[in-house]
Ligand binder design. Sequence first.
Ligand code: COA
Length: 161
Amino acid sequence: MVSALYPGSFDPVTRGHLDLVERALPLFDHLTVAVARNGSKTPTFSVDERVELLREVLPKDSRLSVTSFGGLVVDFCRAQKIGAVLRGIRTVSDFEYEYQMALTNRHLAPGIETVFVMPSVQFSYVSSSLIREIVRNGGDVSSFLPPPVEQRLRERLRPGR
Ligand code: COA
């Protein structure tokens, strides 16, 4: 059984993340989407909220599960007997960071491979922080976010409007 972990901050989950999951799902028997508990960023949504949003908008599929994790990606993979890490490469600028992380993870855990998948071009330039900035300033993010996520983000960043 080939299983993979898709780790990230998902603050919040975007259509770009969903696109990546849909592309990767046929490659694996099981895909675990996991919110990092100790990322270096100051989050807009709590870990539990991000997990809840992911569960709400990801396809209902028995090959897919959503959770959170603390510590190193590779330690979580080992504990869960997951053999691959899924990451998206959107642009050339993603590559350097992803390359560094993949090789460091390989050094830490030689048996765990990183698999890169490219999202659709219409999602290749968005990021959660850009989307948050647009929402904060009243812009339209409907092409980037599933409706429940857009609503929750507006409530969080523009309460009462
Ligand atoms: N569509 C849209 N946006 C995407 C995307 C896609 N397909 N793929 C990534 N992004 C965006 C995210 O929204 C995020 O945007 P933001 O920076 O504006 O918030 C950005 O790309 C990168 O986020 P993400 O893929 O979630 O990575 P990350 O750098 O936040 O977190 C972890 C990566 C989870 C691996 C890392 O932070 C972590 O905590 N790891 C645990 C410790 C560890 O093992 N470290 C590695 C040691 S080598």
